[in-house]
Design a protein around this ligand. Structure first.
Ligand SMILES: [Cu+2]
Length: 139
């Protein structure tokens, strides 16, 4: 048994002062749940919004390429490709920075406007060729 395996040499009278395995496991579960809860709270600003709009990055385009949202919407970019990508606004209003495969980053749009963005590796902001996308934020 796991519990005895980590405490093999304690005499029985000392083992009485240690939580029995069932309580030990219960406490462990409680601690893990608390830690997950705390880490969830801390990362609220960066974590994807469940059911919210999302843009997939894959070699070498954004899907959808253009998206219309209302002011206050949080959009999540997901890198579903095999190489790093970014979503970097040409007017510098937002920047997911480099997202490795499997990573996500959320951005909340608080002002109306048309925001053209590019991947710093695969999109050319000057002639808007390559990996380019647009977020249209409506009032
Ligand atoms: Cu890219």
């Amino acid at each position: 048994m796991f519990f005895q395996a980590i405490l093999p040499h304690l005499p029985p009278e000392e083992r009485r002062h240690i939580l029995p395995p069932a309580k030990f496991l219960g406490l462990l579960v409680l601690v893990v749940v608390l830690l997950l809860h705390i880490s969830g709270c801390l990362s609220v600003a960066q974590s994807p919004v469940p059911g919210g709009p999302s843009v997939t990055m894959k070699e070498f385009e954004y899907t959808p390429k253009e998206m219309k949202v209302k002011v206050g919407t949080t959009v999540t970019w997901m890198n579903a490709g095999t190489t790093a990508h970014s979503a970097t606004a040409i007017d510098k209003s937002f920047n997911t920075r480099n997202l490795q495969p499997g990573e996500t980053k959320s951005v909340t749009f608080s002002t109306p406007g048309t925001f053209v963005y590019h991947c710093v590796f695969h999109g050319n902001p000057d002639d808007k060729s390559g990996m380019i996308g647009t977020i249209i934020v409506e009032p």
